[in-house]
Design a protein around this ligand. Structure first.
Ligand code: SF4
Length: 169
């Protein structure tokens, strides 16, 4: 699974994309194994939309457990859309037996190492977003666009392990 904005789809809050040019996604795309998804649009939010951040001090997992919120720059609580989008990502992961995801770093949905701190001041904190947390909770290995090679190595290891299990049967 790959964040749709990383493959050039104009799904970001500002109506743009964050196209990432790298041999790994190009290879996966040519092999027909990419599943592109924008959790925020899957959750029903429009593009463009106001930027949103998870509450100060909270993480994506807190939002999933309804202990915290995602609020947009206009003060609207958009938690329901974020949780719906994360649930949709988990559904797709299960449907296609997805084991590895590469998601856009820093997003309140897709961030896997850091997100904004909730103050809309540009400060970063080491936490994951709502969809990254949901996918990790069901065993998907989540990487960012700064880790394509690590993601490819992880996928190759999973496939080798699967292959040897089926050979032993
Ligand atoms: Fe990209 Fe994820 Fe934001 Fe959608 S929710 S625009 S896929 S970072």
């Amino acid at each position: 699974m790959v964040s749709a904005c990383l493959m050039g789809l104009p799904v970001r809050y500002d109506g743009g994309s964050k196209r990432c040019v790298h041999p790994v996604p190009e290879r996966w795309q040519s092999e027909g194994r990419l599943r592109l998804l924008c959790p925020e649009m899957e959750g029903g939010l429009p593009t463009p939309r106001a930027p949103a951040e998870i509450d100060v001090g909270a993480s994506g997992a807190d939002v999933l457990m309804h202990r915290s919120h995602v609020v947009d720059h206009d003060g609207r609580d958009v938690s329901v859309a974020f949780v719906l989008g994360a649930e949709r990502a988990v559904h797709v992961a299960r449907e296609f037996d997805i084991r590895v995801a590469v998601l856009k770093e820093g997003s309140p949905s897709c961030g896997s190492s850091w997100i904004a701190d909730g103050s809309f001041s540009g400060v970063r904190v080491e936490r994951d977003g709502v969809t990254a947390a949901a996918l990790r909770a069901v065993g998907v290995q989540v990487f960012s666009e700064n880790q394509w090679d690590e993601a490819a190595a992880c996928l190759a290891a999973i496939e080798r392990a699967t292959q040897s299990r089926s050979t032993l049967r």
